[in-house]
Ligand binder design. Structure first.
Ligand SMILES: [Zn+2]
Length: 166
């Protein structure tokens, strides 16, 4: 059995509501804030999907996914979260499409967007540990020990493009 299949079986079970709660907390860690007036109170707009909110002060509508890589997606959040979990193994779009049961095109897009988000997140953090210059990339070897089981490889290294001074 491949590492990806094993990791798929080990993925925690969660539902769409769990994902919405997690996304809500990530987007508004101190509670809802209206993007227009900063107001903290909102209505949920039921008729246009569970992820739409309306500010009680100024009636501005916003969604849970607005301004995130998930904006405009019609793929259930649970598949995005599952994909994020599976990406620990450096999964291909083809395998991802089989495991989370979406089209190859959707899997490719999810893979691409999640990699981009991880890259942006990583670029904001300093490289630590033993640094190596590999080609044009400055790489930190094993800067984060694997937190999964022994079967799940952790990210071996984190790399950043290195521009030679002058
Ligand atoms: Zn408002």
């Amino acid at each position: 059995m491949s590492a990806s299949n094993r990791i798929c079986e080990q993925a925690p079970t969660f539902c769409e509501e769990d994902c919405e709660t997690a996304l809500f907390r990530a987007k508004w860690p101190d509670g809802f804030r209206c993007p227009r007036c900063g107001g903290p109170d909102f209505y949920r707009i039921g008729s246009r999907g569970p992820r739409l909110f309306e500010c009680r002060s100024c009636a501005r509508q916003t969604s849970l996914t607005a301004g995130t890589i998930l904006e405009g997606t019609r793929t259930p959040l649970v598949k995005w979260f599952h994909a994020l979990y599976l990406m620990q193994t450096g999964i291909s779009a083809k395998l991802l499409s089989e495991l989370i049961q979406v089209t190859y095109k959707t899997a490719w897009l999810i893979n691409h967007k999640l990699r981009y988000a991880i890259q942006v997140h990583d670029e904001g953090r300093p490289l630590i540990g033993d640094l190596q210059l590999l080609g044009g990339l400055l790489c930190a070897a094993c800067d984060e020990p694997s937190r999964g089981s022994a079967d799940i490889p952790g990210r071996a290294r984190r790399c950043r493009r290195f521009d030679r001074p002058g």
